[in-house]
Structure formats: C-alpha cells, structure tokens
Design a protein around this ligand. Sequence first.
Ligand SMILES: [Ca+2]
Ligand SMILES: [Ca+2]
Length: 253
Amino acid sequence: MVDDTTQEDVMDNQDDGNSNDTGNDDSIDEDMDDETDSGNQSNDCPNSIGFVFEEANGIVSLEFEDNNFPDGWVLRNEGSDFSGAGYMQWEGNPSMGNPGNGMVTFPIRITNPGTYRFVWHSAFRQGNNGTEHNDSWLRFPDAADFFGRKGNGGVVYPNGSGKEPNPAGSSSDGWFKIYRSGNDNSFKWQASTSDHDAHDIFVTFSEPGVYLMEVSARSDYHAIDRILLFEENSNQNDAFEAADTFSQRTTCN
Ligand SMILES: [Ca+2]
Ligand SMILES: [Ca+2]
C-alpha cells in the first residue's frame, strides 16, 4: 500500500472551514450533577476488560491515556495544554490504509440512549504541517448507527457499514479516519471525517447498555489527550464544563 499521507493530508487541511472550535470559554450554568450514576454497574460491566467508562447526564468524558495500550502508543506529558496524566501518541509505523493496528478498546456504559456527538482533544507532535500526523481511526462496532454529519445535514457512513454515501478519502471495515485541522501545533477539540468535506462525528446508542469504542493507529505522532461524547441536543459548552466535574471510569467487581 502506498503511503498516502501527503495527498490525503493536503486534502484534510483544505476543508476544515467549518471546523468546530468547541472547547473553552463561556458562561455555564452548573446544572449537572457531579455524581456518576452507578446504580446498575454490576450488571453488565465487561470483566474481560476490567473497567467501564460511565455516561452520566448525557455526557461521556474520558482521559484517553486511562486505558491499556499495545506497543507503539507512548505516554507523553510535554507542554501544558493537556489534562490528566498526559496524552498517548502513536510512535509505531503509520497505518494509512489498514485500520485495526495499535487497537485500543474503551467500554462505555450508556444509561441515557440517544445520538451523541464525538470529539477528541488531539495534536500533531512532529513537524509544523497540520495535515501530517493529525489523524487516527475510530469505530463503534456495536452501536446502532455511526456517521458523519455536516451543518447542512449531509451525512456519510463508514465504508464497510453497508450504508451510503461514504466519506472521501480513507475509510474501511466500519472505521472512520478522524482528523484535526490547522497548523497551530497545540491540542485542539476537533474530530472530522471525509477529506475536503469535513463532517462532524455522531454515534447512536438505541438502548441502555455497554458499548465498545475502538481507536486504532493511523498517522504516527498523532497525539490524543481526551475524548468527549455528549448528547447531540445538549448545550455544547455545558457539556465541556460538566465533563470537568466528574470521574468516569468504574472498576469491575
Ligand atoms: Ca492526515
Ligand atoms: Ca489526557
């Protein structure tokens, strides 16, 4: 397989006009409950993994490094614009056309079913070209739906999902290539798919239960600090603020 970094990444960068500078700022009403609802945690905790990340009040917030990683992912903590223990960056071989290498699985317990927006806080940690080292693979293998959507309502589904249309650029076996844009080499809240045609990322959980979120390596020196999912109709700034207030990981009994 030819390494398609340069071509693809040029395309990534051209199309982030609507990139979502979510994060930061703003007034927030602190109406979220700090406590995680752990009422039924013994029922479906995946003991084969040993822990589960809890959704609460329509929000899933997790430190990406708070998991077990195969060789190639390295914990780093340079700089100051990350949270938790640091961030994981992929220092193994690039996997531009083949998702599933360097795979990390996050079990997530959903108590409030619905469609959630997905974003991650990531950076490129080599060079100064924001179209390089700026993407990794993402899949939700057992969710009811997983798609990209633009502000105008246009939707894309992963290649291999059996649904169309599919994104421009890399996608395979239910995986989206998820990229960030811009040459400012700092951590940024953005998750987009489809080259030249940035779509935001959504996942639908149709009923309560534990779902798997899978991330695998694509570009080397892409670094991921944190992941946030929030119910699509909730206020985005509220979601970011509330996500700072509760711990999300429960150890299985
Ligand atoms: Ca790229
Ligand atoms: Ca982190």
